[in-house]
Design a protein around this ligand. Structure first.
Ligand code: UDP
Ligand code: MG
Length: 319
């Protein structure tokens, strides 16, 4: 492939998407044809265990505009996007989900904004089709929380579907932290950005790869990577309870000396001990959460390991 000719790189993380891939590929390909420059499709197989990788290798054999990277195991959506950003060669890089929830036909609109001079174009969902009430409510709560707790402004309802100029891509390549929240990071790096609205579709087929536990981890990553507020929460709670105690102690002493029979007994003691114990454990847990993350970062393990790649000049023969 003639690297310098590639103007647009479309990167898509793929994890067990065998039912959608062919449709995705065909639709992306026709969008690629309609763009004003040469584009490549970079597919990152995040350790799929179904036929996804075989399908992708098949696409790669059809055209040299497709490149495939395969991870040695599942490293997660955000890391797969990172690998795409690391290997993309276009002047503009577009991140898109492979499940067709992000319609490829919106790409030309993102490109149009880029040509207007915007360096980061976020695709924002004006409507979310086929997502449960639970997913919509938790997502909206999460965006409100993260915007309150951090200095970032992440537009509500923006996913990972976006276009990034080469400058943004270079900046993101510098960021190597383990707990990656790409939506936050791409806003954190700065640059001129704008939004394009689109209707988010239902998944073409298959199920969401984000069960509740992964959603919670994802939300924790987002908040702890950009905010220390949870840590400070411990101190505020400490002050509140110490304050209550400071007021309570003289009150109880006074009541006792005035002969009142209230505020005695084990129940009061038990409740206050439970409350304070609980608060302390929560605070300890928050400290532990950050500590665990620091431990992960200092180990400096590679973010991902590649088991095969196809469509790359020097290693076409590999695997
Ligand atoms: N994905 C991935 N690795 C994972 C989970 C998901 O590469 O561990 C991909 C998945 O194939 C899809 C995209 O990330 O292309 C978004 O995942 P999904 O549709 O499951 O998330 P949702 O849209 O439900 O938030
Ligand atoms: Mg999806």
């Amino acid at each position: 492939m003639v690297d310098q000719l590639i103007k647009y790189s479309i990167i898509a993380p793929v994890y067990n998407e065998e039912e959608t891939l062919t449709e995705f590929y065909n639709r992306v390909l026709s969008v690629m044809d309609s763009l004003d420059g040469l584009s490549e499709l970079l597919l990152i197989d995040d350790g799929s265990t179904d036929a996804s990788l075989d399908l992708m290798r098949g696409f790669q054999q059809q055209t040299s505009l497709v490149r495939v990277i395969s991870f040695s195991r599942n490293f997660g959506h955000q890391v797969a996007i990172t690998a795409g950003i690391d290997y993309a060669i276009g002047d503009a890089v577009i991140v898109i989900d492979a499940d067709l929830q992000d319609p490829p036909e919106v790409i030309p609109e993102l490109v149009a904004q880029w040509q207007e001079g915007f360096e980061l174009v976020l695709a924002v969902r004006s409507m979310r089709k086929g997502e449960s009430w639970f997913k919509r409510t938790t997502a909206s709560f999460f965006y409100r929380l993260i915007n309150k707790l951090t200095d970032l402004h992440i537009p509500k309802d923006s996913g990972d579907f976006r276009l990034m100029d080469r400058k943004v891509v270079e900046a993101l390549r510098e960021v190597r932290e383990q707990h990656r929240f790409m939506r936050g990071l791409s806003v954190w790096v700065g640059f001129r950005h704008t939004q394009v609205e689109y209707v988010r579709n239902e998944r073409f087929a298959g199920i969401s790869k984000y069960p509740l536990k992964r959603m919670l981890n994802f939300a924790t990553d987002g908040i702890t990577s950009f905010s220390h507020v949870p840590l400070q929460l411990a101190m505020s709670m400490g002050f509140i309870f110490a304050g209550i105690a400071l007021l309570g102690i003289p009150a109880i002493i006074t009541l006792r000396f005035s002969g009142s029979r209230e505020f005695f007994g084990q129940a009061t003691t038990l409740v206050s001990v439970l409350l304070l114990g609980g608060v302390q454990l929560i605070c300890l847990g928050i400290v532990g959460e950050y500590l665990g993350r620091i431990y992960n970062e200092v180990r400096r393990r590679p973010l991902y390991l590649i088991s095969g790649q196809w469509g790359f000049d020097s290693d076409d023969q590999k695997n």
